[in-house]
Design a protein around this ligand. Structure first.
Ligand code: HEM
Length: 522
């Protein structure tokens, strides 16, 4: 009797092992049989590093534009040039546009509702279509009045309280996104309820999206272990409840304001209009409305912080030229507007150089994944590979951008060979290209133009009157990387410039009333 039990247990153990290991063994066999064709790469893998993009750049410099890494069971490809990223992610987008599995973050925490982590599928296409219709070029232009008004508030904040410039940039970016999404603005980024709730949701997501932290990412079958035997699963499902409560709560508020006739045009309203046509559940709508916050706040604010850092370090070489252009095109009596931008060639070059020099989406956004085997320049790229195109490698590639750590807007003046139309890759590629690129780049452009028009941005001085130097490599860890706190002096160019900022702020405040009135959650 005991012998039979022992035998059954042993059989069960062998079977479980096979279920867990079989997909991995199959993959290992496939990789082994193509081993001579895989792209070059290192034998040993560094794990637990806080800024993997620094290591990826070293690998690209050592092994070339296409590097192979065996990250656990997953083949991983690191692309180190704009051309390689373009050839694969853009031109072969049909097979390079999926995502690796995010079992903890995408499947268990989000129940597949977060499109950003969704594989290339019918669900993703519907989600993407909504974001596209909500943020494509023409629709984004409808948001420009909000961006312009909030930017006038930002200029006033920089005028009256320059020391807290980083908080003001965060408020600007959050307010534009929350107004565009939910039709209500953010006046204080530290206390605003919507910002706090969204930040908490982002914290929940980042706390589980840590490579190597959970065995289930390596052994997907563990996903089906009942929660009662798996505390990590019980915990993540609890977190999911909090996300659902928050996202549906925000949409309930939107519905109430819509019913009361108090909802300005916004992305959430657009989602409600489309919901029935597209057969979407309330939950899907609620999660989709949460997308712009997760993807659009830190990217916009971080890019502007990098611009200020560049002003402090390299300002002497480009600020006078930009200000001369602004004085010529705009004059001294008003802030620049969106309509001025086509005539501000040098300022636009400053914007492009900002997005190139220190790309916030330093890893090129969320990794892509391949859905079929492929061969590129004789190298085998297996189906199911994770493909990372780190902008830290691509934007600092000397072949495209000589002396890449120098901030040089002139790179973007005149003709230059580079794939695509932007001259940089800050918004990614192909079918996964950033759907918020028009909104995001407009935020960076209008504020760069106005800061340069209104202020002198220089190194701060210490108590002895010496310039405080800044470290252009002191950036945060994490998925998005932006400058760590640094000292910076922001002063109005003249009394006349200051009074224009004051006047335009007063006018903007009046116009923003319609969004401010709805600031409290109903
Ligand atoms: C300066 C600001 C921004 C920068 C630099 C930026 C950059 C990027 C990059 C590099 C990607 C990855 C693209 C790829 O995988 O090939 C991305 C994806 C994405 N961005 Fe942005 N972004 C910005 C602003 C925004 C805004 C304002 C929104 C909000 C509407 C947004 C929404 C998204 C979404 C939803 C994705 C994922 C797309 C998908 O998975 O299909 N981004 N962004």
């Amino acid at each position: 009797m005991l012998g039979a039990v022992a035998l059954s247990l042993a059989l069960a153990a062998v079977l479980s092992y096979l279920v867990l290991e079989l997909p991995r063994l199959r993959q290992t066999w496939r990789l082994w049989s193509h081993r001579s064709q895989l792209p070059p790469g290192p034998k040993t893998i560094k794990t637990g590093i806080r800024k993997p993009w620094l290591w990826f750049r070293e690998l690209n410099q050592q092994y070339g534009d296409v590097v192979y890494l065996q990250m656990g069971p997953t083949p991983t490809i690191i692309l180190g040039s704009a051309q390689a990223a373009w050839d694969l992610l853009e031109k072969r987008g049909a097979i390079y546009s999926s995502r690796p599995r995010f079992i903890m973050g995408g499947e268990l925490l989000s129940n597949g509702m977060r499109g950003l982590m969704a594989p290339y599928s019918a669900f993703w296409r519907r989600w993407r279509k909504l974001l596209h219709s909500g943020f494509m070029q023409r629709q984004s232009e409808a948001y420009r009045p909000i961006q312009s008004l909030e930017s006038k508030v930002l200029m006033h904040e920089l005028l009256t309280d320059p020391a807290r410039f980083r908080t003001h940039l965060a408020r600007y970016a959050a307010s534009v996104i929350v107004t565009v999404t939910y039709g209500r603005r953010v006046e204080d980024v530290d206390t605003d309820a919507v910002v706090r709730m969204n930040d908490e949701a982002m914290d929940r997501l980042t706390s589980v999206n840590i490579p190597g932290k959970y065995a289930v990412e390596r052994y997907p079958a563990l996903k089906y272990v009942p929660s009662i035997f798996a505390p990590w699963k019980a915990q993540v499902l609890e977190q999911r409840k909090k996300d659902i409560q928050m996202y549906t709560g925000l949409m309930d508020d939107v519905r109430k304001r819509l019913a009361a006739g108090k909802l300005p045009d916004c992305f959430a309203k657009h989602l409600l209009d489309e919901q029935h046509n597209l057969g979407m559940s309330d939950l899907e709508v609620a999660y989709t409305a949460g997308t712009p916050f997760g993807a659009g706040v830190e990217t916009s604010a971080g890019s502007l912080a990098s611009f200020l850092l560049a002003c402090v370090k390299f300002g002497d070489s480009f600020i006078p030229k930009a200000q001369a252009e602004l004085d010529r095109v705009v004059g001294p009596d008003r802030l620049p507007t969106f309509d001025d931008l086509p005539s501000l060639e040098y300022v636009r070059a400053v914007v492009s150089e900002t997005l190139r020099w220190r790309p916030v989406a330093v890893l090129g956004g969320t990794p892509h994944a391949t859905t079929a085997d492929d061969v590129y320049k004789g190298m085998f790229i297996p189906k199911g590979s994770t493909v990372i195109a780190p902008l830290w490698s691509i934007h600092l590639n000397e072949a495209d951008f000589p002396e890449p750590h120098e901030f040089r807007p002139e790179r973007f003046i005149g003709e230059r060979k580079y794939p695509g139309t932007l001259g940089h890759s800050a918004f990614g590629w192909g079918r996964r290209i950033c759907p918020g690129m028009h909104l995001g780049s407009a935020s960076v452009a209008i504020n760069v133009a106005r800061i340069l028009w209104a202020f002198d941005v220089r190194p701060a001085l210490d108590e002895k009157g010496n310039k405080i130097d800044v470290d252009i490599f002191a950036f945060s860890d994490g998925f998005n990387s932006s400058p760590l706190p640094f000292a910076c002096s922001i002063t109005p160019r003249s009394k006349r410039h200051a009074s224009v900022v004051e006047r335009e702020y007063r006018d903007a405040n009046r116009e923003l009333q319609q969004y401010t009135a709805a600031t409290k959650l109903s």
